[in-house]
Design a protein around this ligand. Sequence first.
Ligand code: FES
Ligand code: FES
Length: 170
Amino acid sequence: MPETSQAIEKIAIQLTVNGKQHSVKIEPRMLLVELLRETLDLTGTHVGCDTTYCGACTVLLNGAAVKSCTIFAVQADGAEILTVEGLEKEGQLHPVQKAFGDAFGLQCGYCTPGMMLSTVQLLSTNQQPSEQQIHKAIAGNTCRCTGYQNIVHAMQLAAESMKGATVDGD
Ligand code: FES
Ligand code: FES
């Protein structure tokens, strides 16, 4: 029987994740979400589908919200990535994390990391979003529990509490 498996050449990339630089050698077919979860052990980024629909895998890539299951890790070479683990600073919750807790913007929590990253991106460009703009910002994030109402309230609360602050929460 002929040998069908072939060694796949690995590619070296560098990227910064939550402020920390990483140099890794990876197969070109590896997805960004796999790199985050399996290689860097950042399991706060979730996988909720295999059809690029749910948004549970949302992270920020150079400040833009992306579905990390739709991007090859090699495409993030040289990029800055922010995952949910990078929101908390020195033991202090990011205002967006606090708002989701205070407004009960979650139930099972599976969608929550992605929702929060989409919120961070929205508030980085629009500190006073309308309800319609909030709906649009999370159009790519699916929640199967909450009915979205408290998520919208949490995003409004985050906007309110971050007035005048940077998206870093400072
Ligand atoms: S895991 Fe569902 S969109 Fe990425
Ligand atoms: S809180 Fe359960 S999926 Fe959103």
